[in-house]
Design a protein around this ligand. Structure first.
Ligand code: MN
Length: 240
């Protein structure tokens, strides 16, 4: 049996081929998995669980169905969909995890994160992150009428498109020292994250011991998945 990890799908009604690939993945491969972990940025934007967007409804139904087939599905917030809340969890049966979070995978402790919290070189981003992840700020935003939140999100998307679009958006990489600090604190020698859209496996020494950091890729032109079983993790491309 295998545990699956995905992140950074950036689902958006304007890019239906991504959700099409996800729906096939959920119905086929994920249906026979031990568990599925979604490590953030499942959605390009999320203005609140009360958004009746039919594109989101289709994805929520597919997740519900997978949970109904007794495959546990875990979700960690990304910097795009940090507003996903309790109602989403109830509707889908998906369990929301804190970031970071340690899991035991076939005898190995692994630190999971979306990854943006370790991009500490981007000071401006971390300031925005601190503000938007403050529960008080989020509660204040979610109290605004849906129409207002949607207009705000559309405006943010237009501004992002004007700067080359979400796909070409330059994302800072993680800071190695921040990664090592987090791994030390969590007492692990393996970590797995997304966010940077730089898929790969990085091996290094952590206090004299071999350590590794696995990075999931985004789903803009193809899918990206980590399949983890008794023999360890394998990072693969999912062709469309
Ligand atoms: Mn991200």
């Amino acid at each position: 049996m295998t545990t699956l990890f995905i992140s950074d799908l950036h689902l958006d009604a304007g890019l239906p081929e991504i959700s099409k690939q996800l729906l096939i993945f959920l119905k086929d491969e994920a249906a026979s998995a031990d568990a599925l972990y979604i490590l953030g940025d499942l959605f390009e934007s999320w203005v609140g669980d009360d958004d009746p967007n039919p594109h989101y409804a289709t994805v929520k139904n597919a997740l519900r169905k997978l949970v109904g087939r007794r495959v546990p599905v875990y979700f960690m917030h990304g910097n795009r969909d940090f507003a996903i809340g309790e109602k989403f969890a109830q509707e889908t049966g998906v369990q929301i995890l804190p970031d970071p979070h340690v899991v035991e995978l076939y005898g190995e402790s692994v630190l999971l994160s979306h990854g943006d919290r370790y991009c500490t070189d981007d000071v401006q981003y971390q300031t925005i992150r601190k503000m938007t992840r403050d529960p008080k700020w989020l509660a204040m935003m979610l109290k605004k009428p849906l129409r207002e939140r949607l207009a705000f999100a559309a405006q943010a998307r237009a501004a992002s498109a004007a700067h080359g679009g979400a796909i070409n958006q330059k994302i800072a990489n993680v800071n190695q020292r921040a990664i090592e600090r987090a791994m030390r604190e969590a007492n692990v020698d393996t970590m797995l994250h997304g966010h940077t859209h730089r898929p790969g496996i990085h091996r290094f020494n952590l206090d004299g011991e071999p350590a590794s950091r696995i990075v999931l890729g985004d789903w803009f032109t193809q899918g990206s998945v980590v399949r983890w079983d008794e023999s360890g993790p394998v990072l693969s491309v999912l062709q469309r």
